[in-house]
Design a protein around this ligand. Structure first.
Ligand SMILES: [Zn+2]
Length: 224
């Protein structure tokens, strides 16, 4: 049975509570909140997120796709110049748990090579597409020199018709100090235009967290 082979199958859990002991859930410094973005870079949408983060004075971590980085290298540079961190989200956003070890290693290493070269630094974090991770995927990430990580809260912002209010409500459900939040800065794998809702949510979330006195920082600073 397929599930016998899965150590982790977390995407079906809508709210991974930050009190979870799993390090994959990315519980960090209790004085901080970490904002992370998946599926970019995207020339249409990512610059808007950079602007919002800049206006809020916030650093974040962008889990990028190697294929998107090749399509929009200038946006990768904008993210780097703004001082954000880059994580690896794979090359082509496939369902990793169904791939062979050989193809997994190839896909992850390809993305890491492309993004590491552009960044000029060794990427540290790996978040599998769809958050689907098995023991095999986990080990392949480690073999590639990356540390697998998920999130504590997400906005489920990729769905058709999702409103900003809903994204905020979902992202802050069971929110606790040290949370790591997942939003999407590109709609390349989701509902067309969904990034606009994510962006609106981001602007409100940064104001909300600031009002509560939280620092917002990169994953590496969050999980020191
Ligand atoms: Zn993704």
């Amino acid at each position: 049975m397929l599930l016998d082979n899965l150590t982790f199958l977390l995407s079906n859990f809508p709210h991974l509570h930050p009190s979870s002991k799993s390090f994959l859930s990315a519980v960090g410094d209790p004085g901080k909140i970490c904002l992370t973005f998946d599926d970019g870079p995207d020339a249409e949408s990512t610059p808007w997120f950079l602007q919002a983060l800049d206006e809020a004075g916030v650093k974040a971590t962008f889990f990028m796709l190697g294929s998107m980085a090749q399509a929009f290298p200038e946006v990768v540079q904008q993210v780097i110049e703004a001082g954000h961190e880059i994580g690896i989200h794979g090359y082509s956003h496939e369902v990793y748990i169904f791939k062979t070890q050989k193809s997994l290693l190839y896909d992850i290493a390809k993305a890491k090579g492309i993004l590491g070269d552009m960044w000029g630094q060794e990427p540290k974090w790996f978040r599998p597409p769809y958050g689907l991770i098995s023991k095999k995927v986990y080990n392949c990430a480690l073999q590639t020199g990356l540390e697998p990580i998920l999130w504590t809260n997400w906005g489920r912002d990729w769905k058709i018709g999702r409103t900003t209010y809903e994204v905020l409500q979902i992202a802050t459900h069971n929110l606790a100090p040290g949370a790591t939040i997942l939003l999407h800065d590109s709609d390349c794998t989701s509902a067309r235009g969904s990034w606009k809702t994510s962006l609106d949510a981001l602007v409100i979330l940064t104001k909300f967290f600031k009002s509560l006195g939280y620092d917002m920082t990169t994953l590496s600073n969050h999980l020191k």
